[in-house]
Write a protein that binds this ligand. Structure first.
Ligand code: GAP
Length: 456
């Protein structure tokens, strides 16, 4: 039976998913055809939020002297995935229910629900105890396709299950083109695909998603120091973008649970309404990746240091964040329901997304208080001036209180209202999303006012 807290957490998650659809953050993929499981589309506001997250990551990672960016192809030579270990190891154990034919990850049966409509609410683990499941068999999570017109074994390619390999195979290209020396990193943002057996929890486990990965190449022996450095940096990134510190925690992988390539690994976990979940992994990958690519390609992946005349295979510290999972964590973390005063001085419930201004999809809204007396003309002029610099929204419909609520619900940090006083002294009110306080500023100072606050 669900506890009150669990029921409440499910209700909050349902509200967030419904807001995400209603206000154009996230839609189900191919919805008019009944949807495609594990795939989601980002709507007008979602694409802005996702882009802002990726831009913030890109700036934090590549606007420094020791990291370069790349954008590698999604399709790679199939030998890459043999070298990486994905062909042999990137599998999950799968079981089928002989009765209802539903498929489950054998290691995640505690949370799974029975697939039969006749047994609504029943746990899959119970069906397993009753012997309804087949023996577990390994299922490879990579999506396979074919390159060229002939669909035979020689034409198999995979949709990349991580962006990391595009970085490893380009290590020496980037190093020599940019004249970097270890320690230095290569960053990439892009799509990854995994044929997950069970997708779940909205954007948390999907079949198509985006990753923001950075591989930092260091001299063996300095890897532990850099691993600690990147752990601190990456946790701070989420905190600096407004994520609640108390809802973030570290999870260190047990030695027997480490991925085949890792010497040490920590996950940054966020406390979602459904429990703690990984949003980023920091891994000490040692020289595994470069050594394997050297072995499988027959090409040296070693770095030669001109000064010391040493030749060595760098160790790699990986920071691997999910852009889509970070999106979900930022969305969930920003979501609040709180009391707000109405124009009549009563209290009402407002839903507000308290995004960090750098992440907010719309930065400012402009309203004429009424649609007459020259107010719309002034408001339109303000909108036009701001539009070339930031994402703004013009709204002239309904009571101003309603317009505030609509902007709160999508996380717009500032609302500017042109009213009768504007006609006399060229000032507007600026209303702050979080404090709901208003102040008057002169029209001329609006761009500077917003610039200063949005850069915080
Ligand atoms: N290159 C290492 C790597 O890919 P991972 O722990 O498998 O490591 C890294 O994935 C991040 O990618 C995760 O922390 C998560 O944010 C995101 N991710 C992984 N699988 C995902 C999925 N099925 N749906 C959404 N995000 C996923």
């Amino acid at each position: 039976m669900k506890t009150d807290k669990a029921t409440n957490d499910t209700a909050i998650m349902d509200k967030i998913v419904s807001l995400a659809k209603r206000r154009g953050f996230v839609f189900q993929s191919s919805e008019i055809y009944g949807g495609l499981n594990g795939c989601w589309d980002y709507g007008p506001l979602g694409v802005e939020l996702l882009r802002n997250i990726k831009d913030q990551w890109w700036q934090a990672m590549t606007y420094r002297e020791d990291i370069e960016g790349i954008d590698a192809a999604i399709l790679m030579h199939p030998r890459v995935w043999e070298a990486s270990g994905h062909v042999a190891n990137f599998t999950d154990p799968m079981v089928d229910c002989k009765e209802c034919k539903a498929r489950f990850r054998a290691d995640q049966l505690e949370d799974a629900a029975c697939g039969s409509p006749a047994y609504k609410g029943r746990k899959a683990i119970k069906c397993q105890a009753e012997g309804k499941f087949t023996e577990a068999r390994q299922f490879n999570l990579m999506f396979k396709t074919f390159i060229g017109p002939v669909e035979d074994d020689g034409a198999v390619v995979y949709l990349r299950p991580e962006t990391a390999q595009g970085i490893f195979v380009n290590f020496l290209n980037v190093q020599s083109a940019s004249r970097q020396k270890p320690p230095f990193g290569i960053a990439q943002v892009g799509k990854a695909f995994r044929n997950e057996i069970n997708t779940k929890n909205f954007l948390f486990r999907t079949r198509e998603f985006e990753q923001m990965e950075m591989q930092f190449f260091v001299k063996p022996g300095s890897d532990i120091e850099w691993f600690d450095y990147w752990r601190k940096e990456r946790l701070q990134w989420f905190v600096d973008l407004g994520m609640t510190k108390e809802k973030l925690q570290w999870h260190q992988h047990e030695p027997d649970k480490l991925a085949h390539y890792a010497k040490d690994a920590y996950d940054i976990e966020y406390q979602f309404p459904f429990g703690w979940g990984e949003i980023e992994g920091i891994h000490n990958r040692t020289d595994f990746d470069l050594s394997r690519h050297e072995e499988y390609s027959g090409k040296s992946m070693k770095y030669f240091d001109d000064q010391t005349k040493e030749r060595y295979t760098p160790y790699i510290i990986e920071t691997s964040a999910g852009a889509s999972r970070s999106f979900m964590a930022f969305l969930v973390d920003a979501y609040r329901e709180e009391e707000a005063p109405t124009a009549e001085g009563k209290a009402e419930l407002r839903t507000v997304l308290k995004f960090h201004p750098k992440l907010a999809p719309i930065k400012a809204a402009v309203f004429p208080l009424v649609n007459r007396d020259g107010m719309p003309e002034i408001a339109k002029k303000i909108e036009a001036t701001l539009r070339s610099q930031i994402r703004v929204f013009y709204d002239d419909s309904g009571a101003v209180g309603r317009r505030y609520r609509r902007q709160d619900e999508v996380g717009t940090p500032y609302c500017l209202t042109v009213d009768s006083q504007t006609l006399q002294d060229q000032t507007v009110t600026v209303r702050d999303r979080d404090s709901m306080q208003q102040e008057r500023i002169i029209i001329e100072s609006i761009p500077r006012y917003l610039r200063e606050r949005l850069a915080d």
